[in-house]
Design a protein around this ligand. Structure first.
Ligand SMILES: [Cu+2]
Length: 219
């Protein structure tokens, strides 16, 4: 309120053609130059407000850690968090993030268009969200582009599936899968609802002996 009043009165002064510096200094030369140097420090002042600004910005994603992640389908890697000390990678996954493959996708990708690469031994935490209008799930399985399972069986790593993987999660539901990627190889991350993977709802999960941190390969 006070700030608004101040702003309003400044606007009123400006409208009246009265500079606040001029009224404050009354025409005394030395004071005028002081006002000018004050003006310089005022122009430096925005640096001070600018500095705190980045602070709330990182705090906000941290505060939202338990909530739905923001994922840019063009920069999926930016949504991944990796703690090298514990070798824990948090890799959020959203089905129906884009309209690609009619929404039957992972972070916007289908038919192997995305490869999530993690170092061997990574503890993978995968918060999975279904944004699509059709139930979907996520399961990491063995296979290749030439052997996409019609009805995915057990996950290749213990815990590497969302709950009720064969029925899928309804629109707006989410589940976290957690597993240790302890066997090198190139696997599939598929939808566990029968028929969905064969319709194209699959991407790659590569467990790499040489990778130092998780990466995402698109295309
Ligand atoms: Cu599905």
């Amino acid at each position: 309120m006070n700030r608004r009043h101040l702003r309003t009165s400044r606007l009123a002064l400006a409208a009246a053609g009265i500079s606040t510096a001029a009224t404050g200094c009354g025409g005394e030369g030395p004071n005028q130059s002081t006002a000018d140097s004050a003006g310089v420090s005022v122009s430096a002042a925005p640096v001070t407000p600018a500095a705190p600004e980045p602070t709330p910005a990182p705090a906000a994603p941290g505060a939202r850690a338990d909530q739905r992640p923001e994922i840019d389908p063009k920069n999926v890697a930016a949504s991944i968090k990796y703690d090298a000390a514990t070798k824990t990678a948090t890799i959020p996954m959203i089905s129906g993030l884009t309209t690609n493959a009619g929404g039957w996708n992972f972070n916007g990708y289908a038919r192997g268009e995305m490869t999530i690469v993690v170092p061997v031994g990574t503890i993978v935490v995968m918060p999975y969200y279904n944004d699509d209008i059709v139930p979907h799930s996520a399961v990491a399985v063995s296979g290749s582009a030439k052997s996409i399972p019609s009805a995915p069986g057990d996950p290749v790593f213990r815990g590497a599936e969302t709950r009720s993987a064969d029925n899928g999660l309804m629109t707006g539901q989410h589940d976290d899968m957690r597993f240790t990627a302890d066997k090198p190889g190139k696997y599939l991350l598929v939808c566990g609802v029968p028929g969905h993977a064969q319709s194209g709802m699959w991407v790659y999960l590569q467990v790499s002996p040489s990778a130092k941190a998780p990466t995402v390969v698109l295309g």
